[in-house]
Design a protein. Sequence first.
Lengths: 131, 366
Amino acid sequence: MSEIPGDLKFNKTHEWARVEDGGLVRVGISDHAQAQLGDLVYVELPEIGASVTAGNAAAVVESVKAASDIYSPVSGEVVEVNEALSDKPETINEDAFGEGWIYVVRMSDRAELDQLLDASAYEEVVENEDH
Amino acid sequence: MTEKTVLNATHRALGARMVDFGGWDMPINYGSQIEEHHAVRRDAGMFDVSHMTVIDLHGARVREFLRRLLANSVDKLKAHGKALYACMLNERGGVIDDLIVYFLGDAHYRLVVNAATRAKDLAWIQQQAQAFGVEVKERPEFAMVAVQGPNARAKVIGLLHEADRARIEKLGKFAAAAAQGLHGMPLFVARTGYTGEDGFEIIVPAEHAVALWQALAAVGVAPAGLGARDTLRLEAGMNLYGQDMDETVSPWEANLGWTVALDEGRDFIGRAALEKQRAEGVRRVMVGLVLDEKGVLRHGQKVLTANGEGEILSGSFAPTLEKAVALARIPAGEPGAVRVDIRGRELPVRLVKYPFVRDGKPCDGI
């Protein structure tokens, strides 16, 4: 499994959030999550302009074996979605923390970031799951 | 308590992702389910199917017993080694299990039944066998490896004792024979499978299973998990017991009419119910669906037709076709424009004749 990037924040449910300039947050799923799901074959992206709420389903990823909701780490308005995933959902399997991002949200409440796990706390979640 | 096959440590050493399957700890994949699927369609893959139950039947009246037990007719089995796919029904015509029966001798047949139904199958078979004086003997000392794909037979034959190779090469489809593997291991080699590809299912004494597996791996047979097995059998249009049919479903409602032999004067269990159902009209039918739009058909999704709602039984992304296909049960009659409800969105699907894939290629009209 690849290293968990230190600049990311996480949900316990394996979504990551990367804070970017101008109050934007990029969202994806962790490398651990893609490995658990197996080969991804379809991603249902949110619509640009949609409002998402922290902890609620914002997108769906489907592997060969199952469909899984993606819970938004933060609330706000979706400003960009990764259209490339429509044709190449396997990008998430190949590069979950990079090219496999799912959407970008303009966050409405910065304080929500404090509720997320940092990389080392998330690593613990993953380790506990494996045992 | 989860059961383990004799190959459990081998799977784990290969880095398999393990899951519970009908009470067995089994590999779902060894990394990529899709790559394993393609390996079987394009070359050769192998599956540990040791969780399946092997039952030997012995007795002078064993054929008579099987004429009663099975909805398909063992009288189709003329030569030793021949195999037949059949359903075992209850008195209501519901499917207790689907199985393969091998004709091994006038007083000896072998059944291979599903793992998840093992206990109820054994109880039912034993109960029915008593009146015929047939001995029912489970063979837990066997492991089973399915080797499937266009190059599967050649790779297996290369591992057999030289004296056996020509004979196994000539083995017809749906037939089995004994052969010697490396180090003299005794193998039961059957030209059967659950993938829509050519290949063998090999029954091997458990103590030789790891050596057989490793020898197959050494000649380039790719380990494949139950995940790939499921997408392969779905593409091949083969039913999965417990998902596509069960005791509340008759063979007519599961597209298994071709396995029901209504031969003159044979009183098999469930026959009266099946004949009644057919005379009155079968109300539900099983159909194949293809989704041309993006998305994945899944078990449990609602199917909307002109005659009312149906349900997806087996549905998945089909790696060979790169789109989703499904088996669904819908009300009988002209269905009109069929749609599937995926998370509240109604998507149009095409009703097709299946199998979806055979011998590595999409079938016409898929």
